[in-house]
Design a protein around this ligand. Structure first.
Ligand SMILES: NC(=O)c1ccc[n+]([C@@H]2O[C@H](COP(=O)([O-])OP(=O)(O)OC[C@H]3O[C@@H](n4cnc5c(N)ncnc54)[C@H](O)[C@@H]3O)[C@@H](O)[C@H]2O)c1
Ligand SMILES: O=C(O)[C@H](O)CO
Length: 318
């Protein structure tokens, strides 16, 4: 009997890349038609591996997997997988840590510029027949301002490179990163979180969503930031308490926000934040480009092949 893979969900229009990789290795491949927990449990029962994009791989689902050896997140952030439950069952969880650093850094910087230079807002005004340059008079000059990285890993380092090219001073808060590594990337470390929040003019989030980091930006931490500062989030929606962010923005305690990710994705209709002129939102697209997607799909599938064939994953997270 061939080993088998269940793909729980996909955002791509076809599964040709995955089918190709698995077919060459005589591994059977199925895509779940609905991605719903009940059917995933049933379909995944006999699968040797799970390939996951955004499906919620809960402890309840993992409990139903009788043969599974590996769960691969097709992506970097694996917060939709209950890693502890998988570890308890001896299942390896792996991600694809290296496929879209440039895309996310470009998107982060693009959103930052669109927000701070009011490009999206002015564009939408012109399209409504309003030609009013006055609103741009309050735009801050970037050179010499402090660009703060909350999380200084692979993506944060790429963002730092772009920020420096704009004459920004890059500062970082990352308790798990070595001072040498940060110095190598010309990121000045600020060790005290409150001081970091207080110092930065622009704050960009590049850390994983975990139980420790959920709502790391909330009423209390947002209140430590300058009223003129902005937040850019291309990491995970759950890092920010969105109601607190909304309140800080309407009360003028923060100058703006750029968000590629939201607490609820997809949101039900237009998100509340989108009613504000000083907010820019994209629908979780920072990682996407033709090249990054091709690399991601291939790497995720190959990780499964490696584990099924050799019993070892290249990028285990447990
Ligand atoms: N929007 C998108 O399309 C998209 C695409 C890729 C990744 N992401 C998100 O970006 C995140 C970062 O990706 P990466 O490749 O840079 O990951 P990475 O693992 O290379 O870097 C994450 C950094 O965060 C740091 N960190 C952990 N906890 C922290 C804390 N409490 N405070 C400050 N720093 C902390 C880690 O030490 C690490 O240096 C991912 O976890 C993922 O959720 C989003
Ligand atoms: O984490 C990632 O790789 C992207 O956000 C897609 O899930």
């Amino acid at each position: 009997m061939n080993p088998s893979v269940l793909m729980t969900d996909t955002i791509f229009p076809d599964t040709l890349v995955e089918q190709d990789v698995f077919q060459k290795e005589s591994i059977d491949f199925r895509l779940s038609p609905s991605g719903e927990l009940a059917s995933l449990g049933e379909l995944g029962k006999d699968a040797d591996a799970l390939l996951v994009v955004y499906a919620d791989v809960s402890a309840e689902l993992i409990e139903q997997l009788d043969r599974c050896k590996i769960i691969v997140k097709a992506g970097i952030g694996y917060n939709n997988i209950d890693v502890e439950a998988a570890s308890r069952k001896g299942i390896i969880v792996a991600n694809v840590p290296d496929y879209c650093q440039d895309e996310v850094a470009d998107h982060t910087f693009g959103m930052f510029l669109a927000l701070v230079r009011k490009i999206c807002h002015l564009d939408s005004q012109v399209k409504q027949g309003v030609w009013n340059a006055n609103q741009a008079k309050s735009v801050p000059q970037l050179r010499g301002k402090k660009f703060g990285l909350l999380g200084c890993g692979a993506i944060g380092q790429q963002v730092a490179l772009r920020a420096r090219a704009f004459g920004l001073e890059v500062v970082g808060y990352d308790p798990y990163s070595s001072p040498d590594l940060l110095a190598q990337h010309h990121i000045s470390q600020i060790e005290d979180f409150d001081e970091f929040l207080h110092e930065v003019d622009f704050l960009s989030l590049h850390l994983p969503l975990t139980e420790d980091t959920r709502h790391i930006l909330n009423k209390s931490t947002l209140s430590k930031m300058k009223e003129t500062s902005v937040v850019i989030n291309t990491s995970r929606g759950g890092l920010i308490q969105e109601n607190d962010l909304f309140t800080a923005l309407i009360e003028g305690r923060l100058a703006g926000a750029a968000m590629d990710v939201l607490e609820q994705e997809p949101p039900e209709g237009a998100p509340e934040l989108s009613s504000l002129d000083n907010v820019v939102i994209t629908p979780h697209t920072a990682f996407l480009s033709q090249d990054s997607v091709a690399a991601l799909r291939k790497k995720a599938s190959q990780e499964i092949v490696r584990t099924i064939r050799n019993g070892k994953a290249s990028n285990p997270v447990n």
